[in-house]
Each structure stands twice: as structure tokens, then as C-alpha cells.
Design a protein around this ligand. Structure first.
Ligand SMILES: Nc1ncnc2c1ncn2[C@@H]1O[C@H](COP(=O)(O)OP(=O)(O)OP(=O)(O)O)[C@@H](O)[C@H]1O
Ligand SMILES: [Mg+2]
Length: 196
């Protein structure tokens, strides 16, 4: 039998792990995190010094996911990368995509001490809704439900996610280019320029 799976996606800093932890508790399920899984099980082939990230061993990761998702408990899977979940033939109950105002996101990532270039890349990805687009491409718009974590507190986001799962709600896709005013957009573009 295959597990029921809820995906929690979003660019780094949107609050995936915070939400997924609470959601798993609320739904009496298990919280799994892609990055932790890759590191704990050594599912990488090399380390890219420039990008400060691991190069993933895709085939081994797929095998591991298939094995994990073949259990019986509900899994809340916390991931910034959805294609791999689709390639593992997982059919999620719902794909919760967390969105964050790019200016708030830049602040959260800078508090972590991340380099300007990495902040710029992620602010740009959020501005363009890259993860939402990937979610729609992989699983279809009907399964995707976005929550803006720059506007709602953690417990409110958990409630919204539970309701979306129970009532099979969908909502997509926030377009920051039309939400932010001119001054805010200029600040965001300045941040993105640091990408070089
Ligand atoms: N709903 C929310 N409202 C305000 N702040 C939040 C909310 N959810 C998370 N945060 C804050 O945002 C920051 C990032 O959260 P978290 O580590 O859960 O993000 P993440 O998406 O898992 O990031 P990464 O992909 O790097 O692991 C934390 O400081 C957290 O306290
Ligand atoms: Mg996380």
C-alpha cells in the first residue's frame, strides 16, 4: 500500500519546515525533509563549492523515496524540489506551496547570513513563482494550494493547510509583480541584481 502524502513546497525561507512539522503533528503523520534525507543517507555524488550545495544522486534518491512512500502512515514531505517527487510516482493528496513577499524573504535569508548571490537567486525564484509553476506542471493546478506566510502566523497557516487538505481546495498563483507597488518592486529588482 502507498502512503498518503502531503507535499509542502516553496523556496528556502518560506517556512516549509516550520509548517510541515506542525502539520504532521496535527494530522498524526510523519514529517520528512528532502535536504535532511539526502544528507543523512548520503544521497549525493559530490559537493559544488561555488554553489555551496550537494550534487544529488538522483537514482538513489528516487529509490529511497519510493521505499519511504510505500509505508502506511501519512507523510508530510517538506521539499524545495517537486520534480523528484513526481519522478518517484508519488500522487499527493495536496501540494501546499508557501509563498513569501520577496522583501520579507530577503530579510529572513539575510538573518541566516546567506551570501548576497544566494539571496538574490531565491528572491528572483520567489518573484517569478518558480516553485508554484513547477507544482502546477508536475501535479496540476487542482492539487495546488498556496499560502502566503508573510501575511499569516504559523498556526494560522497550519489551519489553512488542514482545511485545504480536508476540503480539497486549490488556489494558485500569487504574482508579486502585480501585488507589490512600484517602490517595493524597485527594491526587489535591486536585490535581484546582486545575482551578477
Ligand atoms: N507563517 C510564518 N510567518 C512568519 N514567519 C514564519 C512563518 N513560517 C516560518 N517563518 C519563519 O521563517 C523562517 C524560515 O522558516 P523555515 O526554516 O521553516 O523555512 P524553510 O522553507 O524550511 O527553509 P529551507 O528551505 O531553507 O529549509 C524562520 O525564521 C521561521 O521562523
Ligand atoms: Mg526547511
Amino acid at each position: 500500500m502507498l502512503s498518503r502524502v502531503v507535499l509542502v513546497a516553496g523556496v528556502p525561507g518560506t517556512g516549509k519546515s516550520t509548517l510541515a512539522r506542525w502539520l504532521a503533528r496535527r494530522l498524526n503523520g510523519v514529517h520528512l525533509n528532502l535536504t535532511r534525507l539526502v544528507l543523512e543517507k548520503g544521497l549525493w555524488t559530490s559537493y559544488d563549492k561555488n554553489r555551496r550545495s550537494f550534487v544529488i544522486d538522483y537514482e538513489r534518491l528516487l529509490e529511497t523515496l519510493r521505499r519511504l512512500f510505500a509505508g502506511e502512515r501519512l507523510i508530510v514531505f517538506d521539499t524545495h524540489w517537486l520534480e523528484v517527487v513526481k519522478d518517484a510516482n508519488v500522487e499527493p493528496d495536496r501540494v501546499i506551496v508557501l509563498r513569501t513577499n520577496p522583501l520579507v524573504l530577503a530579510e529572513r535569508l539575510s538573518v541566516r547570513g546567506w551570501p548576497q548571490r544566494k539571496i538574490a537567486e531565491n528572491v528572483e525564484a520567489e518573484l517569478l513563482g518558480v516553485v508554484s509553476r513547477e507544482a502546477v506542471e508536475c501535479f496540476g493546478e487542482n492539487l495546488v494550494y498556496e499560502i502566503d506566510t508573510s501575511r499569516v502566523a504559523v498556526q494560522e497557516a497550519v489551519k489553512l493547510a488542514c482545511k485545504a487538505i480536508e476540503e480539497r481546495l486549490s488556489s494558485c498563483c500569487i504574482d508579486w509583480l502585480s501585488v507589490l507597488d512600484e517602490k517595493e518592486l524597485i527594491r526587489v529588482f535591486k536585490l535581484v541584481e546582486a545575482r551578477g
